[in-house]
Design a protein. Structure first.
Length: 142
């Protein structure tokens, strides 16, 4: 399988022993903020971010919506998840791994699990009450 380091730091492609269909990349330490008009390396919401111009959907979680929330609680929790994701991504290097055989969702976002030190950052958001484990469909937050 391939290990792909996107051009965040030293860009390179190398062969690595991995499970089939597992493409991962090690991101050096970019600085993330909440996305504005320029979307290169920033956080959109609690489960979506841009890394070097590539839109990433965190594949193992679902977080509350902030762009079209159905209630105040969903918006408030979604904002907490968004800011927490900024904090988590800024701690340091992480890996992005595919799961299954789907590379992108219907919106063209790369589907990836974010791993640092062997642990999913999505699992961390779930344990903090800011996300749910993705089960294949959205559940209401209100």
């Amino acid at each position: 399988m391939l290990a792909l380091n996107w051009p965040v730091g030293n860009a390179r492609v190398a062969d690595v022993e991995q499970q089939p269909q597992t493409l991962f990349q090690q991101a050096s330490s970019p600085q993330f903020a909440i996305c504005g008009t320029v979307r290169r390396t920033c956080v959109v919401d609690g489960d979506t971010f841009w890394l070097d111009g590539n839109k990433i959907r965190i594949a193992d979680i679902d977080t509350p919506e902030i762009s079209q929330p159905r209630c105040d609680y969903e918006y408030e929790l979604g904002m907490r998840a968004t800011y927490r994701l900024v904090d988590l991504l800024n701690v340091g290097p992480f890996e992005l791994r595919t799961i299954g055989n789907r590379d992108e969702d219907q919106y063209g976002r790369k589907l990836r699990v974010v791993i640092r030190d062997g642990r999913s950052l999505g699992d961390q958001l779930v344990s903090e009450g800011l996300a749910r484990t993705w089960t294949g469909r959205r559940e209401p937050w209100c």
